[in-house]
Write a protein that binds this ligand. Sequence first.
Ligand code: GDP
Length: 298
Amino acid sequence: ADAAPSGLIGRLFGRGAPAAAPVVRRTLDDEMLEELEEVLIQSDMGVETSLRVTANLAESHLGRRVSTAEVKMLLAEEIARIMEPVARPLPLYPSRPQVVLIVGVNGSGKTTTIGKLASQFRDAGKSVVIAAADTFRAAAVEQLQVWGDRAGVPVLTAPQGTDPASLVYDAMTKAQEDGADLLMIDTAGRLQNRADLMEELAKIVRVIRGKDPDAPHNTVLVLDATTGQNALSQVKTFKELSDVSGLVMTKLDGTARGGVLVALADSFGLPIHAIGVGEKIDDLAPFDPADFARALTG
Ligand code: GDP
């Protein structure tokens, strides 16, 4: 493991050493901590969180002679420590239906994530109903139907322009009559007009509560890892618009290193229910802090 330096951390030890070269060690001093900070900031972790991670590292290891592999391991441990408390799958409740509201900006992966979750729940023997409450985007409704077919789950739709809250009312009625285990509701993600979106989401929630005072049971915010630091402001915004109870981070299969997830965990502490790792129906994985931290540190 102590072979040629590679990746972000490896750069601090000098690149290009042949695989059989002797292990390079450096003293973990202030200079190195500053360089590490830079690397973490580059990975989208944000200044505050990066500083916290390196400060924790300094506390127990300042002055030690360390190799690349050791630095990676120590960093991965610090990151995993931050992430462990937020790694929590979507909690399941005995309510029929458990109502899961899915929010997020357009393009973040809401539709895809609903399809993947519906498929997982179905495989687990749950009956699922999907409501396509982003009634303004015809393409989104069509896409959701495609995913519903793939997952073998019914998708309730309404003609374009229908009041989303009225579709949600019908969906609640159907899911309750059918005794469905889960009702997953796709919502609009037009942040261009926040006041409208806030009113729309509030109305949807009022309708849901009218049918079940304990619902919605979960409000899951879907975030796109490739938006980097932007994800932080999306969480802030959607926390103002709705009662966000957990997160799914999509597109962690791409080049995005997902450091922003550490910043999110550090700043908001919201549960991370799952991560999207591709465009296929099975590409939704549980969030594993140790694996994630190792992938991030390289
Ligand atoms: P929505 O507008 O929020 O409903 O977003 P969509 O579900 O339509 O997703 C937008 C695009 O992102 C689509 O092209 C999806 O295939 C893609 N996508 C969603 N999740 C993932 C993921 O985890 N990995 C990758 N690579 N692409 C994803």
